[in-house]
Design a protein around this ligand. Structure first.
Ligand SMILES: Nc1ncnc2c1ncn2[C@@H]1O[C@H](COP(=O)(O)OP(=O)(O)OP(=O)(O)O)[C@@H](O)[C@H]1O
Ligand SMILES: [Mg+2]
Length: 217
């Protein structure tokens, strides 16, 4: 599923965000990625989402070498990976429904199919009643669930979430975690980056810890 071998990531200017990371995540696993601010969590997710190339090392996603993909192959690979950003990245004036549907429109699916799939994803996160609302006029928890529905609408085999509960209060954070657990129960591999210790200790999932770009044992 995810295989990283001796992956190093240096940003221009010389910051070594990740150093010699070797990590395997089997299909269907739920993994927490922890570490202090600046430890490299977002960088690791970006590499898996092919938003940044590794400087050295190998990344295999479902056996395919993510570092050697031709530029044209990246959108296709990303479609099979759901990404939830800490700041949601919704289109504020578009409706909840449109934010989810857009992920399907770029694929050129028939209108009816888009409607069916987007509705299904919104029902799944419990947002049917809010779907006509502009995203900006929904609560933080609802925006997060919209972002999750958007990440899931293509039925990805891998869900990456960057600090998904960072801006939410504790009750809502647990709801979001329950959603991720349900996604995982359907067979999707889930990787959640967080520095929320309460969350990590509450669940029995494997925790992978980064410190200054290095993996702790
Ligand atoms: N685009 C960039 N250019 C240069 N340096 C960067 C860039 N992005 C991140 N860094 C640096 O790389 C290191 C790791 O950053 P990263 O964002 O991966 O950490 P993080 O664990 O996600 O932190 P946080 O918990 O604050 O989100 C930091 O030192 C950061 O300053
Ligand atoms: Mg980060």
């Amino acid at each position: 599923m995810i295989q990283m071998y001796h992956v190093t990531k240096s940003y221009p200017g010389g910051v070594e965000a990740l150093v010699d990371i070797t990590l395997h995540v089997p299909r269907g696993e739920f993994v927490f990625l922890t570490g202090a601010s600046g430890a490299g969590k977002t960088t690791l997710l970006k590499l898996l989402f092919c938003a940044e190339p590794p400087t050295r090392g190998q990344i295999l996603l479902n056996g395919r070498n993510a570092a050697r993909l031709r530029r044209a192959a990246i959108p296709l690979l990303r479609r099979q990976i759901g990404m939830v950003f800490q700041d949601f990245r919704l289109l504020p004036r578009r409706s909840v429904f449109e934010n989810v549907a857009l992920a399907l429109e770029v694929m050129g699916l028939p209108r009816r199919e888009i409607r069916r799939r987007a509705s299904e994803a919104l029902a799944w996160v419990g947002l049917e009643a809010r779907q006509a609302q502009p995203a900006i006029r929904t609560s933080g928890g609802e925006q997060q669930r919209t972002a999750i529905a958007r990440a899931l609408v293509n039925e990805p085999y891998l869900l990456l979430a960057d600090e998904p509960t960072g801006n939410l209060d504790p009750d809502i954070s647990l709801e979001v975690m329950e959603l991720f657990k349900r996604v995982n129960a359907r067979g999707t591999t889930v990787l959640v980056a967080t520095h929320n210790r309460d969350l990590v200790t509450r669940y029995p999932f494997r925790t992978v810890a980064l410190e200054k770009g290095r993996l702790l044992a």
